[in-house]
Write a protein that binds this ligand. Structure first.
Ligand SMILES: NC(=O)c1ccc[n+]([C@@H]2O[C@H](COP(=O)([O-])OP(=O)(O)OC[C@H]3O[C@@H](n4cnc5c(N)ncnc54)[C@H](O)[C@@H]3O)[C@@H](O)[C@H]2O)c1
Length: 248
């Protein structure tokens, strides 16, 4: 498969958790990574780590619930680092609140980070990827992308929406060699989001998100005649890579 050295990635939610693990994996491949997150201090620390690992980092502090700010962030990433071979929209917010108590502004914010930003970021890279002859788009899904869970009246529709967007874009992207997939962690992961939402039993089984990172290296290499239109498990793909069933 293709060498990722010197190629560009756009990654959201890079300041912590799974996004941080993906940032480190892309850095180890020698990629140029636009790192987007709302947490300035943590993002700058991650950028320093990416550079120390041999990657190039462009930290972009942005609130992805803000449409204009999201477009400006995407434009900056494209202007500075060029067309990405991969876009990973990983940022999300999960606030578990009973529907009776959800306020519209909070519902809207959660949905906008997950789905509106997915639309805007895909839109920003679409023409450049077409012009470049292809690319790979990865949207972070969840069990909440296909099932309902109580107290998730924003997160669940957002993740369902990402699955729908993936289905449409994978069809429209195919003639242009743009691969579009969703991916779920596929295993309980030790991240700040999990820390506030997992039961004590789930925390007994959670794994380091770095164990899921190989799947994102694999997906960065899609595009052209690659895997598209799939809902994948990062754990399963990473396990297949470790077992030698998939070669990077
Ligand atoms: N943790 C899990 O068990 C789990 C399960 C299923 C799916 N996922 C998905 O995996 C992805 C990563 O999850 P995680 O556990 O690492 O989450 P996390 O909360 O630990 O990290 C999410 C990152 O997104 C950033 N972010 C949140 N709101 C933002 C905003 N408005 N603008 C910019 N950045 C913003 C945060 O600052 C943070 O760095 C998410 O899409 C999540 O929905 C996680």
């Amino acid at each position: 498969m293709s060498d990722l050295r010197g190629k560009t990635a756009i990654l959201t939610g890079a300041a912590q958790g799974l996004g941080y693990a993906i940032a480190r994996a892309y850095a180890a491949e020698g990629m140029r990574v636009a790192l987007m997150d709302v947490q300035r201090e943590r993002l700058n620390q991650v950028a320093d780590e990416v550079r120390a690992l041999g990657g190039e980092a462009l930290p972009i502090v942005v609130d992805l619930s803000d449409a204009t700010a999201t477009q400006i962030a995407a434009d900056e990433a494209l202007a500075v680092l060029g067309t990405p071979c991969v876009l990973v929209h990983n940022a999300a917010l999960l606030r578990e609140v009973p529907f009776a108590e959800v306020r519209f502004e909070n519902w809207r914010r959660e949905l906008d980070i997950i789905l509106q930003a997915a639309f805007l970021l895909c839109k920003a890279v679409w023409q450049p990827m077409m012009a470049a002859g292809g690319g790979s788009i990865v949207l972070l899904s969840s069990g909440s992308g296909i099932k309902g869970f109580v107290n998730e009246s924003a997160y669940c529709p957002g993740k369902h929406g990402q699955e729908g967007l993936m289905k449409v874009l994978s069809m429209e992207g195919a003639p242009h060699h743009i691969a579009v997939n969703t991916i779920t962690p596929g295993a309980p992961i030790n991240t700040p989001m999990s820390d506030s939402n997992y039961s004590p039993e789930m925390k007994l089984k959670w794994v380091d998100p770095a164990l899921l990172a190989p799947a994102f290296v694999y997906l960065a290499k899609q595009g052209a005649a690659g895997l598209t239109g799939e809902r994948l498990s990062a754990w399963d793909v990473s396990e297949q890579i470790r077992a030698g069933q998939i070669t990077l």
